[in-house]
Design a protein around this ligand. Structure first.
Ligand code: BTN
Length: 267
């Protein structure tokens, strides 16, 4: 595993491990012992990889498991935007490494798709650390975790998942994809500029997001919301046009189309 040339030139470092419970958890432990980044933690395999909403993330050798530690990114309030910065970077890296532009897409909030099936995901976490400065006693350090099913996609999930190898002989391996990703993230962070450039990131993200303008349903813990996917707002929340008016959603699982009503009326 090696960093891209731009990342290296910008002083980004790399810690490459054979096996770890989770690169995000390792990044957190490093932060707790003083690491401040910019540092990528990558592992050939994870024994306790996790995804959004505490879900397990199957992490066999050959897939990409990488977490980036970032400090001084701006106000803590803009931290959620980093998921979109990472999404834009991951999509650009996939296209640069694999070529097949039209087959890759983003899915709100933090998924990577290949031919409409889940190819990867982004898990954003924050660690609050003491600064030792009485005027600003705490600072936020971001962990941007990215997983891509390069060689193997999990089976038996409630949604379809796919591996990068399904695109054929142009499929990059995890090392090649990572070199592109490390450079693409530097470029996307430059574009974002600690939140000042979110308008550009948002535009790039919306250009490549699946289901924009389509009827979707969003599974929330206690309800399912259906409506047309209009846009995302300045903090990255999903804006839906529903029969009852506009609905703003901060987190949930998106799928295409309204719930199907069977002949007997059952969903
Ligand atoms: C999701 O789609 O739910 C997000 C998945 C994020 C997985 C990556 S793999 C590298 C990093 N380490 C983890 O334990 N999770 C993230």
């Amino acid at each position: 595993m090696e960093l891209g040339s731009l990342a290296r030139a910008r002083g980004v470092r790399l810690l490459a491990l054979e096996s770890v419970d989770s690169t995000n958890d390792e990044a957190r432990r490093l932060i707790e012992t003083g690491e401040r980044g910019p540092l990528w933690v990558v592992a050939a395999r994870q024994t306790g990889g996790h995804g959004r909403l505490g879900r397990q993330w199957i992490s066999p050798p050959g897939n990409l498991h990488a977490s980036f530690i970032l400090r001084d990114f701006g106000e803590a309030a803009v931290a959620p935007q980093l998921g979109f910065v990472a999404g834009v970077a991951a999509l650009r890296a996939l296209r640069a490494a694999a070529g097949d532009a039209g087959r890759f897409a983003l899915k709100w909030p933090n998924d990577l798709l290949l031919d409409g099936a889940k190819l990867g995901g982004i898990l954003l976490e924050n660690v609050s650390v003491a600064t030792g400065d009485a005027r600003l006693p705490r600072a936020s350090i971001a962990i941007i975790g990215i997983g891509v099913n390069c060689v193997e996609a999990p089976r038996g999930l409630p949604f379809e998942a796919r591996a990068l190898t399904s695109i054929g002989r142009n499929a990059p391996d995890a090392a090649r994809l990572f070199a592109h990703l490390s450079d693409a993230l530097v470029e996307a962070l430059d574009l974002w500029r600690g939140g000042e450039g979110f308008v550009d990131i948002r535009r790039a993200w919306l250009d490549d997001v699946a289901y924009l303008g389509a009827d979707i349903r969003v599974e929330l813990p206690r309800e399912t919301v259906e409506g047309r996917f209009e846009t995302i707002d300045a903090t990255g929340r999903l804006i839906l046009a529903t029969r009852e008016g506009e609905r703003v959603v901060a987190a949930g699982d998106v799928s295409l189309g309204p719930r199907r009503i069977a002949a007997g009326g059952a969903a």
